[in-house]
Design a protein around this ligand. Sequence first.
Ligand code: HEC
Ligand code: HEC
Ligand code: HEC
Ligand code: HEC
Ligand code: HEC
Ligand code: HEC
Ligand code: HEC
Ligand code: HEC
Ligand code: HEC
Ligand code: HEC
Ligand code: HEC
Length: 456
Amino acid sequence: MQIAGNCDHTNGGVNRLFPLFLSVLTVFVVLTLAAVNDCRADNCLANGCHAEVKMKQFVHAPVDGDDCLSCHQQVNPQHPSSAGKDFAGAAEGSDLCFQCHDQEGFNGRQKHGPSASGACTACHDPHGSDQKGLLKMPLKQLCLDCHQDFAASMEEAAHLHTAIRKLDCGACHMPHSSDQPSLLKGDSINLCFGCHENIKNKYDTSLNKHKALYVRQRCGNCHFAHFSQYPALLVKEGADLCFTCHGQDEPDRTDAPFNIRQEIEGKEVVHGPVAEGECGACHEVHGSNFAMLLTGPFPRTFYAPYQPDEYDFCFQCHDKELLTSQPVKNQTGFRNGTDNLHYRHVARKQKGRTCLACHSVHASNGQKLINPEGIPFGKWKIPIRFAATDTGGGCVPGCHRSLDYDRQTSVDYSKPGAAKQKETKESPAAQKDTKPPAAEKDTLETEPLDTERITR
Ligand code: HEC
Ligand code: HEC
Ligand code: HEC
Ligand code: HEC
Ligand code: HEC
Ligand code: HEC
Ligand code: HEC
Ligand code: HEC
Ligand code: HEC
Ligand code: HEC
Ligand code: HEC
């Protein structure tokens, strides 16, 4: 039923009132014809009436189809009226929308406040919008408009996740509901893996896994999802991050993470990168193919048969020649004249001493990171009492008798008591800078150091 000169959207209900209605209408039409601008009921949009509801880039399908009545019910037969409120919603809140829309997607275990309470129009314009999804404003702005505390912290943060900067909140969150906590699109770790394939590969394929990725909040143990005052979205800076788990003894737990803080704090000498809090310079925190999550191969026994690349882990930062140059000039302080004592100890076909036989890697109370407490040798720890001098040093290790070395005046080990002996600085050996003799040479095994018995 249609009535000329009015925007009547009603269907059946008004029929009974029709005669009365018609007379009122006649008066109305006469009085307001000029002002009403001929708003015809077969089209609420005709002649400029409500044309604005469609003037958007994206128009809601029922609006596009001029199906105004599916959402608006005429309650005042006279429209337009000076009273206003001529129309009521066809249903309340979300019921209006669920007349046509499936409720699937709205009933996840966790529901978003405004959506659950039926405030669909807090985010959507029911008629149309220049944003996709009929959103009232760009998505990020929409979220931040309500989540103002969040917006304020985000504003202050030094580092913002690129996923937020370049993408959107919707990259990780569902707008209406989710079976995951925090309205997430996936369970936390797979959510991250969706965009971080390199980390997923490490996680899946590394031979040695870091338990930190398998407990509690997983990635969230170390990273914020949105922003952070520290680079890489870390929750804490440098070593403090690691000390959240590796910073206390937990005697009740058999699987407690090793307390590294106690190995470092208060020590006289702290290894350069450790002092800088750069634990990640040596450890691959997401998983590694090497023992102890190291970034390269590194023998952790007392002895290891020498192989040239075996210690490349240390030589990511140190000059390899401190080990390989023999004779040596100044690439290492651990030399007797030009005799490279690193080479002597380490570069042996059989009982090569590893770096750990003498050095601690994190920190030590001994000079040059020499480990005075000694490192385990079977059930015994081999103590090393090392003292540096201006031109050399001396060791009283558990390995051999007390021996000194001197960079300027080389010590003659063939003499009992290891008296110092002058060596000409221009010795041919020092000048030649030759490549080291092959470590496999048998002569090495008979050189002085090796003839010393292990005193055990
Ligand atoms: C999908 C449901 C739906 C359809 C279809 C719909 N509307 Fe609406 N309309 C609403 C809702 C909901 C409101 C209240 C808006 C609010 O509260 O923000 C509204 C409000 C209005 C208003 C009040 C002013 C305003 O813009 O808020 C007018 C006028 C209006 N609609 C006209 C129309 C016309 C004309 C059509 C058909 C071309 C139409 N509507 C189709 C849901 C709809
Ligand atoms: C009369 C039926 C009807 C009602 C009532 C209705 N819608 Fe729709 N809506 C549709 C149709 C049809 C589509 C198009 C569906 C499609 O493209 O798959 C649609 C699409 C949408 C879209 C997607 C638009 C896009 O561009 O992706 C949103 C958002 C939406 N409606 C929100 C609402 C909200 C909010 C309400 C309640 C205020 C509501 N709808 C009420 C019929 C309706
Ligand atoms: C907090 C804001 C917010 C609220 C509240 C909200 N929505 Fe949405 N809705 C969104 C966003 C964001 C999208 C995705 C838009 C896009 O990117 O296309 C969306 C998409 C939709 C779509 C498109 C299909 C889909 O599911 O992706 C429909 C339909 C829809 N919403 C209906 C509703 C209804 C019905 C309600 C009320 C029960 C509601 N929305 C409440 C933000 C909201
Ligand atoms: C109309 C206001 C409003 C808008 C717009 C809005 N939210 Fe919310 N949001 C809320 C309210 C209210 C809560 C419930 C807060 C509470 O319980 O503390 C909530 C809760 C949340 C939660 C769950 C918090 C928790 O502790 O589990 C997340 C996640 C969230 N919103 C994300 C978003 C995202 C993403 C958007 C943009 C798509 C958005 N919100 C848009 C009002 C809004
Ligand atoms: C990279 C994925 C990702 C993006 C993008 C993202 N979030 Fe989150 N969000 C999460 C994760 C994971 C959690 C749960 C862990 C947590 O609380 O940090 C969360 C939790 C939340 C919470 C509830 C906890 C809290 O911090 O109050 C709110 C609110 C929230 N996000 C809002 C937003 C808003 C707003 C945006 C867009 C500006 C956004 N998120 C973008 C992943 C994301
Ligand atoms: C929607 C895609 C997406 C998701 C999901 C996502 N990220 Fe990202 N993230 C990016 C992009 C893009 C970058 C920047 C490029 C890069 O470093 O790969 C980035 C960078 C990062 C960075 C380096 C930040 C910096 O300042 O360099 C970290 C850390 C990070 N993401 C952690 C996470 C964590 C943890 C999760 C899971 C909660 C996650 N991401 C989920 C897209 C995503
Ligand atoms: C034990 C702490 C810890 C955990 C758990 C952790 N990360 Fe990291 N992540 C770090 C540190 C530290 C860095 C910075 C490394 C650096 O300085 O290069 C980093 C860097 C990143 C980066 C940026 C650099 C890169 O390698 O691409 C991404 C992306 C990243 N993490 C994602 C993840 C994801 C995804 C998870 C969960 C699967 C996760 N992280 C779990 C500590 C952690
Ligand atoms: C959320 C707690 C947590 C955080 C944070 C954490 N770890 Fe761990 N880490 C563990 C656990 C648990 C183990 C396994 C301990 C065990 O099995 O004895 C472990 C083991 C290790 C191991 C030994 C791996 C092996 O193969 O035995 C190294 C190395 C390590 N972590 C380094 C780090 C570094 C570096 C950081 C900081 C970037 C860090 N961890 C932060 C929990 C954590
Ligand atoms: C210069 C390289 C380097 C740096 C920097 C470094 N580590 Fe290590 N870390 C190692 C090496 C090598 C081992 C193996 C030593 C061993 O087996 O005795 C190791 C072992 C570990 C272990 C396993 C200990 C055990 O016995 O289970 C943990 C945990 C650890 N480091 C944490 C850290 C933390 C936390 C930091 C930062 C404060 C850090 N590391 C910095 C080289 C380093
Ligand atoms: C990530 C880089 C890095 C790695 C890997 C590294 N170091 Fe260092 N190391 C340093 C820095 C930086 C210093 C301080 C340099 C300086 O003071 O001249 C240092 C100093 C030293 C010192 C001298 C300490 C002192 O008091 O003078 C010794 C000994 C040492 N490292 C042994 C090792 C051993 C053994 C390894 C292999 C397990 C190793 N380093 C791996 C960076 C590294
Ligand atoms: C037999 C004990 C011993 C072994 C084994 C040993 N070092 Fe040393 N290292 C020393 C002594 C002693 C010094 C101190 C030299 C000086 O300054 O007087 C030293 C010094 C260093 C320095 C400081 C720079 C220099 O050369 O003077 C680095 C770096 C170093 N060692 C790395 C290593 C690496 C890497 C390994 C394993 C490949 C290793 N050390 C094996 C005893 C040892």
